[in-house]
Design a protein around this ligand. Sequence first.
Ligand code: GLC
Length: 463
Amino acid sequence: MNTGNISRRAWLKGAGASLVTAAALQGQTTPPPAQQIPEGQTSTHMLEPQQPVGEPPTAAATREQRMQWWHAAKFGMFIHWGAYSQHARHEWAMENEAIPIDEYVQFAKQFKPRVNAPRDFARLAKKAGQKYMVMTTKHHEGFCLWDTKLTNYCAPKQGPGRDLVREYVDAVRAEGLRVGFYYSLMDWHHPDGAKCATDEAARRRFVDYTHGLIRELLTDYGKIDVLWYDVAWPLDAAGWESEKMNDMVFQLQPEIIVNNRNHLQGDFSTPEQHITAEKGGRAWESCMTLNDSWGYQTADNNWKSSKTVVRNLIQCARDGGNYLLNIGPRGDGSIPEESVRILTEVGNWMSKNGDTIYKSDLCEPRRSAYASFTRTGNTLFVHVHFWPGGDVNICGLQTKVTSARLYATNEKVDFKQDPYQLKIYNLPQQAPDQSVTTIAVECDSEPKQDNNFVRKEKPRDGV
Ligand code: GLC
């Protein structure tokens, strides 16, 4: 075990520095413990949404232009793939199992995925209705999946023997999808990865290394659509030189969009493992695992159902966000069969109902115990996930309904409406569609629902 490794461990145990400023690089503060690092870490360098530093030069595309495809895409595939996939015990194993670097690097040597495995990732994404992909080019373990000139700890020089980022980029483009790169700033392998917090010379080296790696990624692979930073421990924005980092990124890729995990606001927020809309119209993307692990973990069988995934997707679309759903391929490049099954089922639903997601506007109605909603213009989509039987009832709709139909088949359905209730009736006892049946309800204006609705009637005949 080398000294870099020991000091890194010490840091993670609480002896090291956390969010230090460049000026305070010699100081000692306490880092967040492993896995409690707050998502999208914020710093005192939070910027105003209108004028973030690290924005593209004014001559380049505006944020609105750059974000247009992404807002329309709604659904993306996250891929966690690296040496940790070979170990098959979750991508945090190196820290959580305190594996010495000398031992851990064996996984990078044993990691020998079959040629062009990313084609399967991209085909599955396409089939699922996902419009963009974001793959880990370097996770916290520090192993680079591309042909970097800056370290030998990279795919061409270790087990894979070739550039996996190249295969990925080609595969994504072959399916006509948008290309995203995940990049972890935190690095458990690099000797300066923790030391950079207390040693200015180490910080200088490590920041040059980091900016250099990002420069390679955004220079050698053509147009890249998303840069997805992750965990900015142990430096703050000043320490990482995040503004300079983003300036470089936008200079190399004027149309790219970046997230908020390098301590700057970037273009969108990244709620993790939960769906929470951002306030004030700021763009957001909820990222989520399909089971409980991002990287492949053999024994994790806690899979979400395709119904849960569809419901999550509906919830994101309703509130104006995107859904980035993860797969964790194995070290040999195969995708866990459950992930394939779930995403195929989601794709079947999307092939019939996709436009209720892709074309959705912000939607106010949300009250029901068996349905959730999206909206396009004056059309309200009632997505029934627990089919109640012959009638579907909605309370407190403030808008006049002009017609209703089963969305997948276009079949008209009966409805009646009074000031309290919209009743859609004469429906089949069994759900017409799996796993969620969508009813399109046309309204004469934007559908609104009184979410505090109470049926305030006088009791009839004293009952
Ligand atoms: C957290 C985890 C990391 C994962 C990421 C995805 O930051 O540390 O393992 O890649 O979430 O958002």
